[in-house]
Design a protein around this ligand. Structure first.
Ligand SMILES: [Zn+2]
Length: 316
């Protein structure tokens, strides 16, 4: 008798994840190599401005990747560059555009928010932009030392901020805000909620930030209860998604309800309800955007039963 082969279910990559870049962190330490970045013939340079990427003016805009000559002509200097890694053997850098550079950059395109731009990007490109946006927003939000208040400078190719005060010398590293997001199921129903500021009829899975001293599973149980009054057990990890709006890491779970009465305890949600599979696609609510992990959680729950797939039934 042969044992039946069980293949573990591996979720497909979420949007903004699985960046194709080899981060090549050993090169971040190579000061000589980094100092020559603007002379690297095959290197490419991504301009960003406050989290937006410079994109071509086109029906399906793509991010502008400047070559070294173009980057130098704009006035970019090596010490402003962040080394993202190697992409198809090219060194990829990102930099925050200065106000004085906007005129020259305008000839290449316009700055667009990643959320809007993602519609026209393949998964690799959107993942690289999310990576660049995450690092540059962190740099922008930490221009001064958190210990002594003096300005900081880039080290390790922009992946470390070092205090300029020699008596301090504090190092800062990129920060992420872990947040759980969970599909709660109760038999043939799932629990979704909406915030008052969202577009009308938009519902999504329950989410919230992880607190200090809290395991992810604890955060799932706490957040669902605080936002909806529903008790859950058995949180099960699904997948994760970088969410650089501005610095979240979404950690997706499913969980099973052990109670069903809804009470909006902490007022974060305007409404929360149980929905059947049929109700999800009946048009009475709008689901989250397809690039979000929330949609993926709903999709996988919906499609776990035989029948038409969510993508066949749902139109935005
Ligand atoms: Zn300092």
């Amino acid at each position: 008798m042969t044992d039946k082969l069980t293949i573990p279910r591996i979720p497909a990559a979420n949007s903004f994840s699985a960046a194709p870049v080899d981060r090549a962190s050993h090169l971040r330490k190579d000061a000589r190599w980094l100092s020559q970045a603007l002379r690297h013939e095959d290197a490419r340079f991504l301009p960003l401005s406050e989290g937006r990427a410079l994109a071509s003016n086109a029906t399906a805009p793509q991010p502008c990747m400047l070559d070294s000559k173009q980057a130098r002509s704009i006035g970019v200097t090596t010490e402003r560059l962040t080394f993202l890694g190697l992409w198809e053997d090219r060194a990829i850098f990102a930099f925050e555009a200065l106000d004085t550079e906007m005129g020259k950059l305008a000839s290449h395109g316009e700055f667009m928010d990643l959320y809007s731009l993602a519609k026209s990007l393949d998964s690799n490109t959107s993942a690289v932009l999310a990576y660049a946006k995450g690092v540059l927003l962190w740099q922008q939000r930490h221009p001064y030392c958190s210990r002594c208040g003096e300005p900081v400078g880039f080290e390790l190719g922009g992946h470390m901020l070092a205090c300029s005060n020699p008596d301090c010398g504090k190092h800062q590293f990129p920060r992420l805000d872990p947040a759980i997001i969970v599909l709660v199921e109760d038999g043939d129903r799932c629990l979704l909620g909406r915030q008052a500021t969202w577009p009308a009829q938009r519902y999504s899975t329950i989410a919230g930030f992880v607190e200090p001293g809290e395991a992810l599973e604890d955060a799932v149980i706490r957040e669902v209860y605080e936002e909806t009054g529903v008790r859950v057990h058995s949180p099960r990890y699904h997948s994760s998604q970088p969410w650089p709006f501005p610095s979240s890491l979404m950690l997706g779970f499913s969980a099973t309800a052990s109670s069903s009465e809804i009470r909006l305890i902490d007022d974060e949600l305007e409404d929360a309800r149980w929905f059947t599979r049929e109700e999800l696609t009946s048009g009475i609510i709008k689901l989250p955007r397809s690039l979000s992990i929330s949609y993926r959680l709903i999709q996988d729950w919906h499609d776990a039963r035989p029948g038409p797939r969510l993508t066949e039934l749902h139109t935005w």
